[in-house]
Design a protein around this ligand. Structure first.
Ligand SMILES: [Fe+2]
Length: 404
């Protein structure tokens, strides 16, 4: 082992005080969780879906937002505008469109009494309208939720008067992704509910310290190498609200026989990382922001509960939606470059299968951690410098909960 591993570059933006000891038992209590719902989830800009769910005018998708017990209908109307509404009929509050449904149409008709709404939310048709005394249809459109599109993501904000614009909320991230998400296709999509508090689940994906141990069989040599045996992150950045790091590839990674077949047929994706020239003026400035050499991928925590893993030609969207203080619904969607050949499909399949195996390992500790904390055995967790994104996560959560 090298006695002097490369030092991480850490960039702090904004006035951030981080603690390396966190009383997590306190944070997983139901009373604390209800404060988080009101002060964090009801106020933050939350990414809820990707624009690939809304490919053309008339596209719509329904998305549940578990911490707010909300179902949203997101539409892209003929005027091109993306809007979000509570997915609730204004007549008797029936669910208008089934959860999980997506497609393309311009009218949404309730199955209960056939009230019908346009994709801009206006109430279009009331059956047997003359029987409603004094009904002013203009007052009974779908209930809107603040909604903005940024790059490939649709964000919503449940605050009746959001305290910041989405651009302010995203800060340095906002302008930095030009073109990065173009030319991708969805290659995998799965979700699971785990018996663990949401903090525990997000925290499992924002440090690389565990990768040497938890992923010793699935990812034995994808990072590190002789000059960085503990896989220290070469770049960490703590922003006012969010945080990110870059991971370095191991240039001496040995592909397994199956990986070699897949990645000789298509492009190398992961855990074999192709060399990427990140130095050109067109390379998005928020991707590999520290311009580290042998770049593998970045992890970005969009506070509170979304993690983006971004590599060359692939990315993974991960949502960690709290259901209540003891349960979290994790949603994962994988994207890769658009396949043109059978070889590309083979490479996609390899990425999909490998990611799922790694994900299974990542979720394997969550329920045990939650149960251990609940037992009262250990109230606190201790965090290293390599786990600084987790330190930032709790600092940001505390700051929002403390707001009036
Ligand atoms: Fe992991």
């Amino acid at each position: 082992m090298n006695a002097n591993p490369p030092k991480s570059i850490t960039v702090f933006r904004g006035d951030t005080r981080l603690d390396n000891v966190v009383n997590l038992l306190e944070k997983i209590q139901p009373a604390h969780f209800s404060k988080e719902v009101d002060k964090i989830f009801r106020r933050a800009w939350l990414p809820v879906t990707s624009m690939s769910d809304l490919p053309e005018p008339g596209s719509y998708v329904t998305i549940t937002v578990p911490p707010l017990k909300a179902s949203l209908l997101i539409t892209r109307a003929t005027d091109g505008k993306v809007r979000a509404f509570h997915n609730v009929c204004r007549h008797r509050a029936n669910k208008l469109v089934a959860d999980g449904e997506k497609g393309c149409k311009h009218r949404f008709t309730c199955g209960f009494h056939a009230w019908s709404f346009a994709s801009d939310g206006k109430l279009a048709v009331v059956m047997d309208e003359s029987q409603f005394v004094g009904l002013d249809k203009s007052r009974y459109g779908l209930v809107p939720v603040h909604c903005e599109v940024w790059e490939d993501f649709v964000f919503v904000n449940f605050d009746p008067a959001p305290r910041e614009t989405l651009a302010e909320w995203l800060g340095d991230i906002h302008g930095g992704y030009k073109g990065y998400f173009d030319g991708r296709e969805e290659i995998a999509n799965w979700s699971i509910v785990v018996n663990a508090n949401w903090h525990i689940t997000v925290n499992a994906f924002t440090e690389g310290y565990h990768s040497l141990f938890l992923h010793k069989n699935t990812l034995p040599d994808y990072q590190g190498g002789s000059d960085n045996p503990m896989r220290h992150r070469p770049f960490l950045e703590i922003m006012p609200r969010h945080a990110r790091y870059s991971a370095k590839a191991n240039p001496n990674h040995k592909m397994t026989p199956v990986e070699a077949v897949a990645y000789n047929a298509g492009r190398k994706l992961y855990p074999a990382f192709p060399p990427v020239d990140c130095t050109g003026p067109d390379f998005p400035k928020a991707v590999n922001p520290g311009r580290v050499d042998h770049w593998a991928f970045d992890i970005v925590e969009f506070f509170p509960c979304f993690v983006l893993i971004e590599g060359a030609d692939w990315h993974q969207n991960m949502w960690f939606w709290p259901v209540d203080a003891d349960h979290t619904e994790i949603r994962v969607v994988d994207y890769a470059y658009k396949a043109k050949t059978v070889g590309d499909r083979l490479a996609h399949s390899y990425l999909r299968v490998r990611n799922r195996e790694v994900f299974r390992e990542d979720i394997s500790t969550m329920e045990a951690i939650h149960a251990s904390l609940k037992s009262g055995a250990v109230p606190e967790i201790i965090l290293s410098q390599q786990e600084m994104l987790i330190q930032k996560h709790y600092a940001m959560a505390a700051a929002m909960v403390a707001q009036p």
